[in-house]
Design a protein around this ligand. Structure first.
Ligand code: GLU
Length: 368
């Protein structure tokens, strides 16, 4: 059986992103996709946007870390694309000659993490400078509600761009007998890893159907190991929230017949009506082997977030680099990044825009 939890398998699952994952470096146990250039182990490892003088060019450099998610999901490769888009290392070929169009002197890296909740904590402590986060998690974190009641509000959490739609995937074996959320009772379910947005919304979905983790046999694994456990028959279902096709689900579906449990009906409708930033959507048919028809589900926005520790000019430059026409042309090669546009980016972020991002969207006519 193929392992589904590593950079190798993730790159297999999404060949168009091989270039990003090929540049992944293992640094002290953490995994980084480096945008634009290779990075020496240890460089940029201090908290906060680090500044350094390049002894060769004497040009000031800044390092930024982007919190993403598991290497088997979509945040990690998209974070690598963003890192590449916003970087412009000293000596890089100029933008108008096909080179870097990002912030002069900036070197950004995408860092593997536990997902949305983990990323908010990393932003709060200054261990990353930007992150990908579900819009609902960003809203709860900023307001100190739901999963963030104990940690309290985080008014400095701000959005740079809404990027794309994520879908709740509830994956089961095709030969199993689970047809509805209610059938999860007393079954072995991978709920998402601790620190993930997947876990938060999986709990919400169970609660809406009158279930808690006491009623199931939960495990808290990353999506790669969860897919392996499902393939081996050691669990009955797993949750993952990510853009469809999720690489790890696509790889699993190619080796083991699977189904996606449809999320629809009055309970799901009420969730969409009452939970901020959850909307009803579908996983389109034909994206996964053996799943030919669209499956109803709930969607949530994936948002690039930062904090008020990022100054206005930097936020402006980051957003301008992200939406540069040359960069957007490169994004077209990627099934998820190809759906990202600056026109949609300032809306549905769950939290207010960073003033630098707001200025960019206004200057470019995307906001009045
Ligand atoms: N939305 C997921 C989470 O926050 C991660 C999605 C991904 O890695 O693509 O847990």
């Amino acid at each position: 059986m193929t392992r589904m939890d590593g950079e190798d398998t993730a790159s297999e699952a999404r060949p168009t992103r091989r270039d990003i994952l090929g540049r992944a470096l293992r640094l002290g146990g953490g995994l980084l996709a480096v945008g634009a250039i290779g990075l020496r182990p240890g460089a940029g490892s201090t908290a906060g946007p680090a500044q350094a003088q390049d002894p060769n060019t004497a040009i000031g450099m800044r390092f930024m870390r982007i919190g993403t998610g598991s290497t088997a999901g979509t945040y990690f490769p998209i974070g690598g694309l963003i890192a590449s888009a916003i970087s412009r290392p000293p000596g890089a070929r100029p933008c108008e000659r096909g080179g870097s169009c990002g912030v002069p002197g900036l070197i950004a890296v995408a860092q593997s993490t536990g997902g949305s909740v983990d990323n908010v904590g990393l932003l709060r402590s200054g261990a990353v400078d930007m992150a990908l986060c579900q819009a609902d998690v960003a809203y709860w974190a900023r307001t100190g509600s739901a999963a963030f009641e104990d940690t309290g509000p985080m008014p400095g959490l701000l959005a740079l761009a809404r990027l794309y739609e994520e879908k709740i995937h509830l994956v089961v074996r095709a030969d199993g007998d689970i047809e509805r959320v209610e059938d999860l009772r007393q079954r072995r379910i991978a709920m998402g890893e601790l620190g993930s947005g997947t876990l938060v919304d999986a709990r919400l979905l169970l609660a809406a159907h009158g279930l808690t983790e006491v009623d199931i046999l939960p495990v808290y694994d990353k999506p790669g190991p969860a897919a392996d456990l499902l393939a081996a028959g050691e669990i009955d279902a797993f949750f993952f929230i990510g853009s469809a096709p999720v690489p790890v689900v696509a790889a699993l579906a190619r080796s083991v017949p699977v189904r996606l449990i449809g999320l629809s009906g009055p309970v799901v409708r009420t969730m969409a009506d009452t939970q901020p930033y959850l909307t009803q959507g579908v996983v389109p048919g034909g994206l996964y082997t053996g799943v030919p028809r669209a499956v109803p589900t709930l969607s949530v926005g994936a948002v690039l977030v930062a904090t008020d520790a990022m100054d206005t000019d930097m936020a402006y430059g980051v957003v301008r680099g992200l939406w540069h026409p040359n960069v957007r042309a490169q994004f077209q090669d990627d099934v998820v990044a190809g759906t990202m546009t600056p026109a949609k980016a300032p809306h549905g972020t769950g939290i207010p825009l960073h003033p630098g991002a707001q200025r960019y969207y206004e200057d470019e006519g995307y906001l009045p």
